[in-house]
Design a protein around this ligand. Sequence first.
Ligand code: SF4
Length: 472
Amino acid sequence: MLDSSGHLNGAPFLKDENQGLYEPSPQFKNLAKVCEYSSKSNTAVAAAIPYFQEWREAAHQIKKYSLANLDKLLVQFESNMKARGVEVLFAQDAAEANRLVLEIARQHNVKSVVKAKSMVTEEMELNHVLEEAGIRAIETDLGEYIVQLAKQRPIHLVTPAMHFSADEVGQLFHEKLGEPYSAEHAALTAIARKRLRAEYLAADMGVSGCNFAVADSGTVVVVENEGNAGLSTSTPPVHVVLVGIEKIIPKIDYLPLFLNLLGRSGTGQKLTTYTHLIHGPAPGKKLYVIFLDNGRTKVLQDPHAWESLFCIRCGACLNACPVYRRVGGWSYGWVYPGPIGSVLTPHLVGLEKAGKLPFASSLCGACGEVCPVKIDLPHQLVHLRHRAVNEPSPMNSAFERLQWKLWAWAMCGPRRYGLAMWAVRIGVRMAKFLPWHPDKLGAWTRGRELPKVPTHSFRSWWQERSSQKGKS
Ligand code: SF4
């Protein structure tokens, strides 16, 4: 998943998928069990709400409205926030967002950063960029802290170190931090708490994501369970929020609905332990909000695809997906794993790089059933498959596309069809005189014999039969 310089390198799914399917890494041995357990607890808390389906539908409609009115809502959010002294910036792509973060860091003479969990910063590879600029960045979410120490990438949207056992975390803390080995959960948490507390106090800047950006009140909403996001956003003198433009919702009145859905679908909780509503900077501190597009407005223009921007990153579709359970998050090759990754990644990094991902699904439909904002993930995948075979992508070649175009042309008229069948009959008869064996055509022909060509085609037989009937 990472190239030699530590960058994410697209989505080489099929290779990794095969490794996952046939030679599962021992590291992933518990993944299916943990996903199944999470999926069951998500379903159980949802089933306890008799109107859960109505909630899903309401959230779907609000997201639809939000994205249809994105321009107005972003302006409303910006003016509400600016009125309270917040600087709101917009970045077209990851490079621009990184440049803005570095400018802010230079302006405030930042040497160290504490980061709360944020998928957008993964998209930007912000840790890498900060490191290159000589700025120390520490992840403070426990799972993110573990994967950062292990020099890995998050394996899941919500539980980034899902694949680590307590024993492995104990070993890691011993090797990397010099702490005495322990596999006790309480002891491991205490080590992380002690280490991270010192980081919060020393940091010059805090960086966080944003679960919801509320337009009418101008509020950044950050939800979490560990308290680390609260400390990362409030302790350092500067706080930078990085948020995808699709995270906007119109009204604060709608927030409880989304909080109820996110907690239940994400971690099987009625509500996450902490919900931070940030309206402006604390006295004497600075707050910046950077909205990132990075391909989202392009997705917005596609009527078949824009629904994928409704995602609230709960991770429920990952837990429910039989393919994800088997291969884990890294096989998806970019930031977003599982069914939503198979949909979002081709849109955001391009079909030519990630065109294999929509095929990383059995289309069983489980992802669509659990999604709290009712994204029709199976149909999104089918739509992308259609594009992947019609546009330049790793799933086809120019020659293959030409073949299918000819096939479509031939099938659209009886005369063309007759002509094509005549050509095929000649071609199959001539094949035996070829100097090379049809094996060379690929795996499909290796296991199959060329059929014998009958002396009469069905069409000629039918015509003869019809004319004989006419005579009689
Ligand atoms: S697509 Fe739906 S289920 Fe999957 S992470 Fe997004 S909101 Fe959750």
